[in-house]
Ligand binder design. Structure first.
Ligand SMILES: C[S@@+](CC[C@H](N)C(=O)[O-])C[C@H]1O[C@@H](n2cnc3c(N)ncnc32)[C@H](O)[C@@H]1O
Length: 460
């Protein structure tokens, strides 16, 4: 047997043992007549669940009894609360503990199918991270934060198993579900909420089989959280051979990559890009005029930053519909406007400019509302263009790289993320240009086609 087929048969054994183990759990159900856990490594998606025949909507595909979930409540148990640990670190410790039990762990077949290697950027060396170029994802990878958490909370407990802490932390990030938090701790609170929250406020749990489902922005199944069990239910007809897909939420590809280590074309609709305020300010300064004294400009900057609502950057995104109740999307999202907060900050900044009287030119122009709006659009357009230039390659370069390049899986994902951000920057620029054109046309209508005075006013 060669190395590959050896690994394949281990992979298949892992799947078989896991499914057998799951079906043997008291209270578990698994519609083996309808679905099968399959090897989807060919499409870089690990294991997933595939429909064996057409499945009607509202069919329960499997049921996970609550006592099969691996979790540890933050409030601890009668032996004492674990006050220094949150839901996240507790779950890492519990997973490490179960893993170290080896064959003695009740979850061994499940732990065996959790990955030991991840594609999340947390594990990318600098050369791979550099492929993300100017993407804001680079600052959010969170390796230092994870290191700090592991050093302060996990290491003291499992000093000799450090590598496992990272591995389990990443498994939790990509596999854990947010479980309800029972306020009364009596297990019968009817108002329990299921909240999407990864900041440690909700209780995390590892839910065997539910986490074998892959996910996309269009999906066909849902996990219902019942009192005694979790169930996977179809949302619409799933045809034989189709993959059963869950939903991780309206995440941009950058965030999907950060948390789960993959990207999909359908998640591009949720892509976002950050526009640093600094770039807008630089553009504004250029338009206000070269005669501005740097010290005065600095005064304006400080004044603007003393506002409690001052933001360092603004997130640009498209607007579009949510998936319907069957997990489907029917229209493409569009970029339909800049964030209101950006316009507000621009106004606040101009007020600060007015307070510094030496900036004469600006003061003159700032009296006119229409000119202020023009100025806003020009500054934002310039900022969007310079934001695009922060990436080492252009959108067109990336298209070429994706179509002809010999890329590793990680490189391809990085190019996909940065390309998505550039695409959104382009759409934002088109939107701003269109606004400018409309304003120009309106102004020219007002002056009966003679835009002499208006053009003069607009020269700033
Ligand atoms: C909850 S697990 C799903 C089961 C996983 N495929 C496995 O083999 O164990 C989440 C992980 O599955 C992979 N995944 C989920 N949805 C995917 C998709 N649409 N395409 C590719 N990989 C996907 C990612 O690696 C993600 O971190």
């Amino acid at each position: 047997m060669d190395v590959d087929s050896d690994a394949d048969s281990r992979f298949a054994d892992g799947t078989r043992n896991f499914v057998d183990w799951f079906q043997g759990l008291p209270g578990a159900t698994f519609r083996a007549d309808l679905i099968a856990v399959e090897d989807l490594r060919g499409r870089n998606a690990g294991r997933g669940i595939i429909a064996k025949q057409d499945i009607a909507p509202d069919t329960t595909l499997f049921t996970i009894p609550r006592n099969a979930i691996i979790y540890q409540s933050e409030s601890g148990n009668e032996d004492g609360p674990s006050s220094s640990q949150d839901s996240w670190t507790l779950l890492i410790l519990v997973l490490i503990y179960e893993y170290l039990q080896g064959d003695a762990s009740a979850w061994k077949p499940y732990l065996d199918v959790l990955p030991s290697v991840f594609d999340t950027p947390m594990f990318w060396p600098p050369a791979e991270l550099s492929e993300l170029q100017a993407s804001a994802l680079v600052a959010k990878v969170g390796k230092e934060e994870a290191d700090r958490m592991i050093t302060s909370k996990i290491l003291p407990v499992v000093r000799e198993h450090e590598h496992l802490a990272h591995r389990m932390g990443s498994a939790i990030m990509a596999y854990a579900f947010d479980l309800e938090k029972d306020d009364d701790n009596d297990g019968v609170d009817e108002d329990d909420e299921w909240v999407e929250d990864r900041e440690g406020k909700t209780m995390l749990g590892m839910v065997p089989m539910a986490d074998i489902l892959n996910a996309d922005a269009e999906f066909n199944a849902h996990i219902n959280h019942g009192d005694d069990a979790l169930t996977a239910t179809t949302l619409r007809t799933i045809r034989a051979g189709e993959e059963v897909l869950n939903y991780y939420g309206p995440l941009p590809n950058g965030e999907l990559l950060r948390r789960y280590g993959y990207v999909t074309p359908k998640h591009s609709r949720y892509d976002v890009v950050e526009l640093p305020w600094e770039l807008v300010e630089t553009e504004l300064k250029e338009r206000v005029g070269v005669r501005v004294d740097p010290a005065d400009w600095e005064k304006v900057r400080q004044l603007a930053r003393s506002d409690e609502d001052f933001e360092e950057s603004f997130v640009l995104e498209r607007s579009g519909e949510d998936p319907d109740s069957t997990g489907q999307l029917s229209s493409e999202p569009t970029f339909s406007g800049l964030p209101d907060e950006l316009a507000d900050q621009f106004k606040t900044f101009l007020k600060a400019v007015k307070k510094v009287a030496s900036i004469e030119l600006a003061v003159q122009a700032l009296e006119d509302k229409e000119m202020r709006k023009d100025l806003y659009l020009q500054a934002v357009l310039g900022a969007l263009q310079s934001r695009e230039r922060q990436y080492a390659t252009s959108l067109e370069d990336d298209d070429r790289i994706l179509s002809v390049g010999e890329l590793t899986g990680r490189q391809r994902m990085a190019v996909w993320v940065r390309r998505g951000e550039k695409q959104l920057l382009r759409e934002a620029q088109s939107w701003v240009r269109q606004e400018m054109n409309e304003r120009r046309n309106k102004a020219s209508d007002r002056t009966g086609g003679n835009d002499g005075p208006a053009a003069k006013r607009r020269r700033f």
